[in-house]
Design a protein around this ligand. Structure first.
Ligand SMILES: Cc1cc2nc3c(=O)[nH]c(=O)nc-3n(C[C@H](O)[C@H](O)[C@H](O)COP(=O)(O)OP(=O)(O)OC[C@H]3O[C@@H](n4cnc5c(N)ncnc54)[C@H](O)[C@@H]3O)c2cc1C
Length: 823
């Protein structure tokens, strides 16, 4: 807590222990900055029966002791929008609530000690430009003008962001609670919630030591305690606490309350003014996880006490950069817990398992930054029953259920804290808690030179190192070391044949009398098709936004196989289960039962014909159909489909036969130019072909036509979101997803780059890769429809400050008619 002590607050909403209502429309559990913000925004949206329950005092969990740094620019556009809103809200909160949150518009200065970091800052500058936020790159010589106490030795530059600042975090939480209270929210402190009450798959209320409270909606905003409470009703919220530290000095000459906060990212520290001195905070790479068992139950305004030894390296780094710290006396050591998630993004939204139970937790040391934005977003989500912003990267349902394992989280959390300040390389992989979830082909792929990346705990081959090359990623913002190898994999898929291990695909088998009825209800496409037919479909939310996509294969009269992307396993299963409630249908997760080997490329037919007696000709086995076949000595469900835009089959092989089929395919393909291929090649192939990746290119606020996927929506049947989809089809469309190709062969695209037309920002690249067939970087971009024409149009792309000419088109640049995969 800064500047003051929170216990001397001017706002005590329930000091006398007011009566507890027996019912509320919405109950929020937890009165930190997040719960208070949700209450404030719900009341702002007109909810007039909201109850916030805090087991101790407002802000007494983690919020009171934050360092109070607030920033506008984050790593992605949706997160930047949330953060930007936060700074603006804090700025005016004192006037509105009467509680001074000590907002100081100090600005921030982020330092770069190497070229990679400087490039990262250039990308941050480009995001700032996109959002109209001030950001200036500084030469080392200009830094002392802004921060006289800094040694510029070894610095290559800095980014000055005048719009950033600091707040007193405890008062920020308190002001939001006061604002909520003023708007009619009932706040009760000293009320611990011990249980969540549920019936028929929906939340019905909470149990506290002062009685049960019925509720239509419950929000868990209990900070690091959220995982434990959610787990009592089977909801996974993979977050875990770690110690977090800041220390403060006696007054230092030159420190004042408008000194920009400094981020010494390469030294894992930050510095800000505090009471005439400096506060130094640590984002050390060797973080220390803490189980909730190790944090006392009565943890209000708690801290763990000093540990100078653990802080020594950060102190040395900070002192090297700010020499006056050498002589400074440190007067305060704050060590306290904060919660972190496996991918260091927070958890927001409705739980997949229990209707009307919402989560807002796991803020990875950014809860003060995101508090206002996340609170507003969740309030809107509750009102609309679906997100009103692109929530893909923070949606609580993005994880595998297995990621809630405490031991796994403990291990992963060691690196979580440091990840915030570590280099944000494109494609950066976690190094802890790896090799947990492997395909049956893992060892074979490793022997073939696979370099693995992780998604939802799965180890997936990203690329294959040829003999003599180490299968290790060497990160950069340009072409990384795997570029030439992925290029060869890409070319093999286009010109010969490539083998991908896609075992991590989520696979759900639907069986029962109502299987068709349920699938017609959740799918945009018509799945009442002959047995053996494969259908590509979207799954929409009630607002007509795209929640998910996948293929649905009819295996029998009452039997379907639903296949969706890796990261959606958990949400697909629960989505089907919850919408099938009361129907005669079972949804079984068969993801682990089968490996998926994708044999893709113009010679795939020739290869597979060597291993099966099934006629694979176009007439006998057309595109988007499936058959049970024998491959070598093993059974497989063969689906003729393609995510790469070429002729190919996905083989769903019972796990115990997977290695046999793999060996047979590798042997049979040796003289056909078969190559192993990984996800880097898969991405470049699909982007050239214009295939959309839900969650990257489009999300829950995009309608199918905006995504260019109107053709997989059957508007004359009834399904979730159909009315909104019908309306969206007729409404003017402000933006649309298009294919984009750079007109220079050298640069690469990452994601998020601004698209510019006539000097105006008209959109952003959603995903990018190098199009090895096109000979230039390619992407999918969401742009204003006003700049799209029937032909190709010319735009520019802001590559971290370098403007590069590009072409956009509604059509894919590679094989727009799809004739190659139907060959
Ligand atoms: C040292 C440090 C520095 C930080 N600096 C920054 C910073 O500069 N900028 C930034 O953005 N973030 C910072 N953070 C992170 C930020 O403090 C947190 O992300 C944020 O406070 C989380 O807010 P919350 O509301 O989720 O959690 P909390 O503040 O912990 O609130 C959760 C509340 O739920 C209550 N609760 C729990 N269980 C129950 C129950 N069963 N019944 C009723 N009530 C319950 C708790 O008592 C608690 O008050 C920092 C964190 C630390 C530790």
């Amino acid at each position: 807590m800064l500047d003051d002590t929170i216990t001397a607050t001017s706002f005590t909403p329930d000091a006398s222990g007011g009566a507890l209502p027996s019912r509320a429309e919405v109950v929020i559990v937890g009165g930190g900055v997040i719960g208070s913000s949700i209450a404030y925004h719900l009341a702002g949206l007109g909810f007039n029966d909201v109850l916030l329950l805090e087991r101790a005092r407002i802000a007494s969990g983690t919020s009171w002791h934050a360092a109070g740094l607030v920033a506008r620019v984050r790593g992605s556009h949706p997160m930047t929008e949330l953060a930007n809103y936060g700074v603006d809200l804090y700025r005016g909160l004192a006037d509105e609530t009467g509680i001074d949150v000590h907002f100081r518009p100090t600005g921030s200065l982020t330092l770069a000690e190497n070229d990679g970091r400087m490039t990262e800052l250039r990308y941050a500058g480009a995001i700032a430009r996109h959002h109209g936020t001030e950001a200036y790159l500084l030469e080392p010589s200009a830094i002392p003008e802004v921060w006289p106490l800094i040694s510029t030795e070894g610095l290559v530059g800095a980014l000055l962001q005048p719009g950033d600042g600091t707040v007193n975090p405890g008062y920020a939480a308190l002001a939001l609670a006061k604002g909520a209270h003023d708007r009619g929210v009932t706040i009760r402190e000293g009320v611990p919630v011990s249980r969540l009450l549920t019936a028929d798959g929906a939340v019905t209320g909470v149990r506290s030591d002062r009685g049960d409270i019925e509720a239509g909606t419950v929000v868990l905003a209990c900070g690091l305690w959220t995982r434990d409470l959610a787990a009592t009703v089977g909801v996974p919220v993979p977050l875990y606490a770690a110690e977090h530290v800041h220390v403060s000095t006696e007054p230092i000459e030159g420190a004042h309350d408008l000194l920009p906060l400094v981020r010494g990212l390469d030294g894992s520290f930050y510095a800000r003014h505090h009471a005439g001195g400096l506060m130094i905070g640590a984002f050390e790479p060797n973080g220390r996880p803490r189980s909730t068992d190790s944090i006392p139950d009565a943890w209000a305004f708690g801290e763990f006490g000093p540990d100078w030894q653990h802080f020594a390296q950060t102190r040395a780094n900070a002192t090297r950069r700010i020499p006056s710290l050498q002589e400074a006396e440190f007067t305060r050591y704050l060590r306290a817990p904060e919660s972190f998630t496996p991918d260091v993004n927070f958890c927001l939204g409705e739980a997949a398992e229990i209707r009307n139970l919402y989560v807002a937790a796991g803020f990875n040391s950014q809860g003060i930054i995101y508090g206002p934005g996340a609170g507003r977003a969740l309030a809107e989500w509750i009102r609309e029953g679906a997100p009103t912003f692109d929530a893909s990267e923070v949606d609580v349902r993005r994880f595998a259920r297995t990621q809630s394992n405490a031991r796994y989280l403990h291990e992963r959390t060691k690196e979580a804290l440091g990840r915030l300040y570590a280099m944000h390389w494109p494609g950066l992989q976690a190094v802890t808690a790896r090799d947990v979830r492997r395909s049956p082909l893992y060892e074979r792929l490793a022997s073939a030179g696979a370099c693995f990346g992780e998604l939802a705990q799965w180890e997936r081959a990203n690329w294959f190192a040829p003999p003599g090359v180490e299968p290790v990623d060497r990160y950069s913002f340009g072409r990384q070391n795997w570029f030439p190898h992925a290029a060869e994999e890409h070319t093999a898929a286009r010109e010969a044949v490539a083998l991908f291990d896609l075992t991590s695909f989520a696979k759900i088998e639907m069986t029962g009398r109502d299987a068709l009825r349920l699938l017609q209800h959740v799918c945009t496409n018509d799945v009442d098709v002959p047995v053996g037919k494969v259908v590509y479909t979207l799954f929409l939310n009630g607002r007509g936004g795209i929640e998910n996509d996948g293929t649905v294969t009819r295996l029998g009269e009452d039997r379907y196989l639903v296949i969706t992307p890796t990261a959606t396993q958990h949400r697909t299963l629960e989505w089907l289960r919850s919408h099938g409630r009361g129907m005669s249908v079972s949804a079984a997760d068969v993801t682990s039962a089968a490996a998926t080997l994708a044999v893709m490329g113009p010679r795939s037919r020739e290869l597979l014909s060597r291993l099966t007696s099934t006629d694979l000709s176009n007439e006998a086995f057309p595109f988007f159909t499936s058959k049970e076949i024998q491959v070598g000595n093993a059974p497989a469900l063969a689906i003729r489909a393609s995510f790469v835009g070429e002729l190919g089959w996905e083989l769903y092989v019972p796990s115990e036969f997977a290695v046999h089929v793999y060996d047979a395919v590798v042997d049979a393909g040796a003289d056909l130019g078969l190559r192993h291929a990984g996800y880097q090649a898969l991405d470049s192939l699909r982007i050239e072909k214009g295939f959309v990746h839900i969650g990257h290119d489009v999300g829950p606020t995009d309608d199918p036509c905006t995504a260019g996927l109107g053709h997989v929506v059957t508007l004359d049947k009834e399904f979730i979101g159909v009315e909104a989809a019908r309306a969206a089809k007729e409404a003017p469309r402000p933006r649309r997803l298009v294919s984009l190709r750079l007109e220079e062969p050298e640069p690469v695209l990452l994601h998020g780059e601004s698209v510019i037309s006539d000097g105006r920002i008209v959109g952003a690249v959603m995903s990018g890769a190098y199009g090895h067939t096109l000979g230039a970087a390619a992407g999918l971009a969401m742009v204003e429809t006003s700049v799209i024409s029937d032909e190709e149009s010319t735009v520019q792309v802001d590559l971290a400050g370098a403007m590069v000419k590009a072409t956009i088109s509604r059509q894919a640049f590679y094989d727009p008619s799809g004739s190659r995969m139907r060959a």
